[in-house]
Design a binder for this molecule. Structure first.
Ligand code: C2E
Ligand code: CA
Ligand code: CA
Ligand code: CA
Length: 278
């Protein structure tokens, strides 16, 4: 028994060492990728179900790794969060989204708000002024920028998060709670959160309208947002039946493959230009 235990111990030690090694290697690659300009943002439209109008974009990170093609954030964000690289990377994302907005404005396009994802560790290490400074650098109105945070990011350091969110709100920077419904928010907690928008997680939208539980959860979140005076966006809308259900329950803002996949900046500019011609 002693031998077996020792073996198992050695096995776990090796697993951990392998994982640490993989993380270190990927961390090194990510830092080099940022320096070489291999990251880019794609933009997914947020669309109104009432008139199909473009109401905003979410900026989504892509790594265009030479020889590998486009690598999705699910594969490297968790490691970047783990090693701390998410902080400079997250600053880059916000700066790049703002730079892009400024370029669109300078080309005469009428801009829509752009949302960027702020990871828990990034939020913990930055103040509202830090975010504001990046937006100011590009001479943008603060209400053109939305920060998407998860419930988990707030829970991890409640005092810091609440003070940052309050300061952001005072500056006019919009804040959305991402993946809403997957965390542990209670109504009383939500009431204290100075945010502007709830984004209903894709996992609930997915089951609508065939799963009774999902119908209940989604319609309750919509009603709750309405009661608290918050905007609500449904994520991951893929089918017309889902859009019909959402519209019927007074959720008119959606983001998903039905109304538009994430596209490179050039195509996002085309969407903005079409909007101008309406
Ligand atoms: P998220 O913030 O929940 O972003 C939405 C994800 O759902 C995106 O995946 C988007 O492409 C995908 N999606 C949108 N509509 C649909 C749909 O109709 N069906 C399905 N099946 N999927 C849809 P993506 O771009 O792979 O990003 C995954 C996650 O990576 C994001 O989830 C976010 O948590 C994280 N992420 C992406 N970009 C950034 C970033 O710049 N910073 C940070 N910290 N995290 C990021
Ligand atoms: Ca998001
Ligand atoms: Ca989300
Ligand atoms: Ca998600």
């Amino acid at each position: 028994a002693k031998r077996a235990g020792g073996k198992r111990h050695a096995f776990f030690r090796k697993e951990l060492a392998d994982q640490a090694h993989r993380h270190l290697a990927l961390d090194r690659d990510l830092r080099a990728a940022l320096a070489r300009g291999e990251f880019q943002l794609h933009y997914q439209p947020k669309v109104s179900l009432i008139d199909q109008s473009l109401e905003g974009f979410e900026a989504l990170l892509r790594w265009d790794k030479p020889g590998f093609g486009m690598i999705s954030p699910g594969e490297f964000i968790p490691v970047a969060e783990d090693t701390g690289f998410i902080v400079p990377l997250g600053d880059w994302v916000l700066d790049e989204a703002c730079r892009q907005l400024r370029e669109w404005i300078d080309r005469g396009l009428e801009p829509v708000p752009v949302a960027v994802n702020i990871s828990p560790r990034h939020l913990r290490q930055r103040s509202a002024e830090d975010f504001r400074r990046i937006i100011d650098r590009h001479r943008l109105s603060p209400d053109l920028v939305e920060l998407e945070i998860t419930e988990g990011a707030v829970m991890q350091d409640m005092d810091h998060a609440l003070s940052v969110l309050a300061a952001l709100k005072a500056m006019g920077i919009r804040v959305a709670v991402d993946d809403f419904g997957t965390g542990h928010s209670s109504l009383s907690y939500l009431k204290r959160l100075p945010v502007t928008t709830l984004k209903i997680d894709r996992s609930f939208v997915n089951g609508v309208p065939s799963e009774r539980e999902d119908n209940g959860i989604v319609s309750t979140i919509i009603a709750m947002a309405d009661m608290l005076g918050l905007d609500v966006v449904a994520e991951g809308v893929e089918k017309q039946e889902q859009a019909n259900f959402l519209r019927h329950h007074n959720c008119t803002l959606v983001q998903g493959w039905l109304t538009g996949r994430p596209v490179p900046a050039g195509q996002a500019a085309d969407l903005l230009a079409m909007r101008l011609r309406r």
